[in-house]
Design a protein around this ligand. Structure first.
Ligand SMILES: *[C@@H]1O[C@H](CO)[C@@H](O)[C@H](O)[C@H]1NC(C)=O
Ligand SMILES: *[C@@H]1O[C@H](CO)[C@@H](O)[C@H](O)[C@H]1NC(C)=O
Ligand SMILES: *[C@@H]1O[C@H](CO)[C@@H](O)[C@H](O)[C@H]1NC(C)=O
Length: 318
């Protein structure tokens, strides 16, 4: 696999029985220009005047602006999509708490990856409180010591995965939110190995059919190996749900990364954010969309575009 910048989001939807779930994954770009402006202050500063057409410069040249100027748009993107579950990557504590404040219909789980508490970026999973119930959740690290906050030797950053077991009235499923290293290809191979192994375990606990796998794995931490042992370890694979979506129901962009581009400069573009589902089956893709982050007022909401997937969760055949 090739990664132009190595920023990868991967999420699982496994299953038991039920209906359609809307799922969204979005790398929010960490708060690299922090300030102390509150959510209330940002809302108070918004201009309620709707401009005349002649007053607008469409696609105003732009670059990265502070999170405080992006967060209302980011929250509204989630609010309009109404996902049942959404994953964010790169969100610092303040960003997670701002979204919780702006989106009171959702609860969330996750930890800062640098200390397992509040330091560093969160791979947080939000779920809609009136439709989704949290069963349990945990975080593991994409390193040789996955049970503690840790960094793979040649990785640029600490890298982790948040696993949530979620349920609704009709179905249970597992969501995994993760973000791989941008520097170390070896770290990404290890991350793939750990997630494939863990995915197989998740698949087996739903009593799924076996499907032939594709890739050899790196050796992984022995404790992790024995804790998540399953009969699917050799065969389970993750499937890119875009490829599984009926062609007439695919919508939006190809690239998920735009690097805070200006019109005409697409050099950094790449497809590096993914929604994936387990080869154990029990799901069917309805629709998939890579959305937009650059609107007429010239503020780019993130340097990644949001991925939205409508997935029908089926009863698993036994
Ligand atoms: C609000 O927007 C209108 C229309 O674009 C503009 O004329 C006005 O100057 C803006 N007000 C402020 C305080 O920015
Ligand atoms: C596996 O990871 C745990 C903690 O995450 C660590 O204590 C243990 O030493 C690791 N095992 C090996 C063989 O590296
Ligand atoms: C979902 O998980 C909960 C908690 O483990 C369990 O009690 C419930 O029976 C599960 N529901 C289904 C439909 O499997």
């Amino acid at each position: 696999m090739k990664y132009s910048s190595g920023i990868v989001a991967l999420c699982l939807i496994a299953s038991v029985l039920g209906s359609q779930i809307r799922f969204q994954s979005w790398n929010l770009r960490y708060d690299s220009k922090p300030d102390s402006i509150s959510v209330a202050e940002t809302i108070a500063s918004l201009n309620a005047t709707v401009p005349y057409d002649s007053e607008i410069t469409y696609y105003t040249p732009s670059s990265e602006v502070a999170w405080s100027s992006r967060r209302i748009g980011v929250a509204n993107e989630f609010a309009f999509n109404r996902p049942d579950v959404f994953c964010v990557q790169e969100a610092l504590k303040r960003q997670v708490y701002d979204l919780a404040e702006l989106l009171p219909d959702y609860a969330w789980v996750g930890v800062g990856r640098d200390d397992g508490k509040e330091a560093g970026e969160y791979e947080a999973i939000f779920y809609r409180k009136n439709s989704i119930k949290l069963i349990d959740w945990e975080t593991f690290w994409l390193s040789d010591t996955p049970f503690e906050p840790s960094k793979y030797p040649d990785a640029g950053s600490y890298r982790s995965a948040t696993v949530a077991h979620l349920g609704s009235k009709f179905n249970n499923f597992t969501a995994i939110c993760t973000h791989w290293d941008d520097r170390s290809d070896r770290q990404r191979q290890l991350a793939a190995s750990l997630l494939r192994y863990r995915g197989a375990y998740e698949a087996e606990t739903t009593n799924a059919p076996i499907i032939t796998g594709e890739q050899d794995m790196l050796s992984i931490n022995r404790t992790f190996e024995s804790q998540y042992k399953s009969q699917l370890s050799e065969t389970f694979v993750w499937k890119d749900v875009l490829k599984e979506t009926p062609v007439q129901n695919r919508m939006g962009h190809y690239a998920t990364f735009n690097g805070f581009y200006d019109i005409g400069n697409t050099q950094a573009f790449g497809r590096i954010d993914f929604v994936m589902a387990g080869s154990n089956g029990g799901w069917e893709m309805s629709r998939y969309k890579v959305g937009e982050v650059f609107y007429d007022h010239g503020v780019q909401l993130s340097d990644h575009r949001p991925c939205v997937a409508d997935v029908t969760i089926n009863k698993i055949k036994k």
